[in-house]
Every structure is written in structure tokens, then in C-alpha cells.
Write a protein that binds this ligand. Structure first.
Ligand code: 7TS
Length: 415
């Protein structure tokens, strides 16, 4: 069994890399160095082929036809659900709801909670490092119901400050919604501990796993979380498909999310009987090709091995952190003890957008901005950061190129 300290050879990474056609392209006549994997990952050949094969050979709608193609399409779509189930180790495929992505998954839970559970003065506990998509849906739900948000603070290292955690859990608390891995800081949060403590007060927990699933093995039964959300496109799969894991008792209890075809059993103008879970939450024609592409992506990374991927990314993160820190005036935002493959930084006297533009001209794609975590930027007193985020196919020489580009910016701006 490979451990996190295992060194993944250059040859192995070169083999992995060859699976991704886009990585062979150039940008401004320079080889593409794609370091914006927290925004979205590139897609391996097996994912491209799975989607194309569906459209070429099996395209038809699911759960409707009695004919050959529709039956095959339904089988493929439901097989994708079982793959997602195994990937998260959910107890049953019925606990897997296909959605557009993490954003929709959280909106679904917020919407259903607003309709079924949230009352005036109920409290939803979030953290200061949430992505906007785990803040705004709760604000909307709070506006609708009179519930309130409470926010667990963070420290200068970009870790959760859990020193007063128990004060957040009261009889009014309806839910804890927490990010597993922060997209702007890279922090891996101790969700095991948070879930355990919240459950001691009978408080359900939603985990935003958007930045976790490509880097850490997830076992929702072991974690015991009530909801776990992720996006296919951040785990080498297609855009427009994602997963909401929900414990069966919650999915049974929740009212439907959207109304339409496929989510019903029987409709009259007087009354509608809803379909069983998870179909109750999948109104309309789903993203069939997307689910099939996601299946291929999840199988792909499982075949490579998440532990090996994590070991390689850990090496890249450590190397990038060391090299960037040598640049005078560079400050890393997010220095948590446990981090995933993300390094956010600012350089004194240089706007992150200028860093991004200079890197771009060297063929290097990094993200600059607030990363949809404005409260995090406010906490650190910066308008934006530059962020490099790594994936299984990144190479140490891409880190070297990024460091050289930042150094070039420093020279330009200090001249
Ligand atoms: N939660 C986290 C922690 C995220 O990082 C993101 C996207 C989302 C939710 C929303 O995911 P979506 O697939 O529904 O859009 N984060 C980023 C990012 O860091 N850069 O671009 C998107």
C-alpha cells in the first residue's frame, strides 16, 4: 500500500500526463503549464471517449424508453450512480443524487431545509473559509425562514479556530455546513472531529467536498456526515455534473427540490405523488453523458490510486511552498498544518492580476482574484491572491516556471 511519503517517479507522472490530450498544447508558443486545477481539472482521454461513445452509440433518454437504446442509456446512467456510491462508500446508490455540481448540491439541501426544517431563530453554522456557494444559499434560506447564520472564525494560519466550538452548538442549531478543503487557503479541515462533535448535539453536517475529492479518499460512512457535495469537473470529469450524497433518512424526509418529469409517480391537477429517492430530486432529463463521463473519471483516479496522487501533489505543494517563499516580499496566505494541493500568495507592491498576466504570457495558467471567498480575503486584508493549484499531472518544472515568472514580475515592478 503506497503511503503519503511515497515518491512518485518522473516516469509515472509522465505516463499519467500522457493521458491528458490538452496538456500537449502550447500557449503563446510555450508549453501549457496548467496550475488552476482548483478551478477545474483537465480531462483524460478515457473521459472524453466515454462521453463521445455515449453520444455515438447509445444516445437516448433515460428511465423512459422500452427500446434497446434507452435501456442501455439507463443502465449506463445508473452504473455511474453505483460508481459514485462506491467512490464515496455510500451505503446505497439511492443516496447518490446527480446534480449540476457542488453549487447545486448545496442549493438543493438549503432549499429543502428551508421548506422542511428551518424556523425563525434557527441557526445555520458555517465557517469563515466557506466558498460563496456554501454561504449564499444559506443566506437565501435564512431570508426566507427567519433563520440566522453563525460563523466559526479562522486563525492567521488559515485554520478553523475551534477553541469555542461548543458555543456554536445549541438547541437552535439546524445544521453545520463546512468546507472539507478550502479553495483559497488549501487548508484540510478536521471534519471527522467536527462531525463527531456536531452529532453529539444531534446536529446534521453538510460537507462541501469540492476541493477534497480529487486529493483525499472519502468514506462518507466512516465520516458519518449527513451530506457530502462535489463537482465532477474538479475531479477530472465533465462540467455540468456533480454529486450530492445524502443520508437516506434526510432524502426521504426532504420535500422535492424542483418539479418536473422523472421526479413524479403520478400527476393530477389536484395532487402529485413524488417518485422515490433519489429520483425525487432529479427533475427533468439529467446530464446523462456527464454522469457517464464522471464514472470514467472516478474509475480513472481510482485506478491510479488516490494515495499515490496525494503523495505526488504533496511533493509539489512542499516544493512550490519552499521555492516561492524564497522570493523577497512574497507572502503565502494559508499556512495551515494540513494542506491540500493549493498555494495562495501575494507579492508586496504587485497586484495579483499583474502576476497572473505575466504568468499567462509564459504559458502558465494560475488563478488570481478572491476565489469566491471574499470573507477570507477580508480576514487577511488582501483584495485578492494569486493561486497555484496542483493536479496529478503537474511537474516540478512547472513549479520552477511559475517561480521564474513571479521573479520576473518582481524585477519588472521593482525596476
Ligand atoms: N465549494 C468550493 C470549496 C469550491 O472551491 C468551489 C469552486 C465550489 C464550491 C463551487 O463549485 P462548482 O463546481 O459548483 O462551481 N471553486 C472554484 C475555484 O476555486 N475557482 O473556480 C471555482
Amino acid at each position: 500500500m503506497p503511503s503519503a511519503s511515497e515518491v512518485i517517479s518522473v516516469e509515472t507522472v509522465a505516463q499519467w500526463r500522457a493521458d491528458f490530450p490538452i496538456l500537449q498544447r502550447t500557449v503563446y508558443d510555450k508549453p501549457l503549464a496548467y496550475l488552476d486545477n482548483a478551478a477545474t481539472t483537465q480531462k483524460p482521454q478515457v473521459v472524453l471517449e466515454a462521453e463521445e461513445r455515449f453520444y455515438r452509440e447509445f444516445n437516448s433518454n433515460v428511465h423512459r424508453g422500452v427500446y434497446y437504446l434507452s435501456e442501455r442509456a439507463t443502465e449506463l446512467y445508473e452504473a455511474a450512480r453505483r460508481t459514485a456510491q462506491r467512490f464515496l462508500n455510500a451505503a446505497s446508490p439511492e443516496e447518490i443524487v446527480f446534480v449540476r455540481g457542488t453549487t447545486e448540491a448545496i442549493n438543493l439541501v438549503a432549499h429543502c431545509m428551508a421548506r422542511s426544517r428551518l424556523r425563525p431563530n434557527a441557526e445555520i453554522v458555517l465557517t469563515h473559509m466557506e466558498h460563496h456557494s456554501n454561504i449564499v444559499p444559506w443566506q437565501l434560506a435564512a431570508e426566507q425562514t427567519g433563520a440566522r447564520l453563525r460563523v466559526i472564525p479562522i486563525t492567521e494560519q488559515g485554520e478553523l479556530d475551534l477553541s469555542h466550538l461548543e458555543e456554536f452548538f445549541t438547541e437552535r442549531t439546524a445544521l453545520l455546513a463546512v468546507v472539507h478543503v478550502s479553495n483559497s487557503l488549501g487548508t484540510i479541515n478536521p471534519i471527522e472531529e467536527l462531525i463527531r462533535k456536531a452529532h453529539a448535539y444531534d446536529i446534521p453536517v453538510l460537507v462541501d467536498g469540492a476541493q477534497a475529492v480529487a486529493h483525499l479518499p472519502i468514506d462518507v460512512q466512516e465520516l458519518g456526515c449527513d451530506f457530502y457535495a462535489f463537482s465532477g469537473h474538479k475531479v477530472y470529469g465533465p462540467t455540468g455534473i456533480g454529486v450530492l450524497y445524502g443520508r437516506r433518512r434526510w432524502l426521504e424526509e426532504f420535500p422535492p427540490y424542483q418539479g418536473g418529469g422523472d421526479m413524479i409517480r403520478q400527476v393530477t391537477f389536484e395532487r402529485t405523488l413524488y417518485n422515490e429517492v433519489p429520483y425525487k430530486f432529479e427533475a427533468g432529463t439529467p446530464n446523462i453523458a456527464g454522469a457517464i463521463g464522471l464514472k470514467a473519471a472516478l474509475e480513472y483516479i481510482q485506478q491510479l490510486g488516490l494515495e499515490r496522487i496525494a503523495a505526488h501533489e504533496h511533493f509539489l505543494l512542499t516544493y512550490a511552498t519552499e521555492q516561492l517563499q524564497r522570493i523577497p516580499g512574497l507572502r503565502i496566505i494559508g499556512t495551515a498544518w494540513r494542506k491540500a494541493a493549493i498555494v495562495s500568495f501575494v507579492v508586496e507592491g504587485i497586484h495579483p492580476h499583474d502576476l497572473g498576466t505575466i504568468a499567462d504570457r509564459e504559458g502558465i495558467a494560475i488563478r488570481v482574484g478572491h476565489h469566491c471567498t471574499q470573507p477570507v480575503m477580508d480576514f487577511f486584508g488582501v483584495p485578492a491572491t494569486a493561486r497555484a493549484s496542483f493536479a496529478l499531472y503537474n511537474l516540478p518544472e512547472e513549479v520552477d516556471r511559475l517561480v521564474a515568472a513571479v521573479q520576473k514580475a518582481v524585477e519588472l515592478f521593482r525596476a
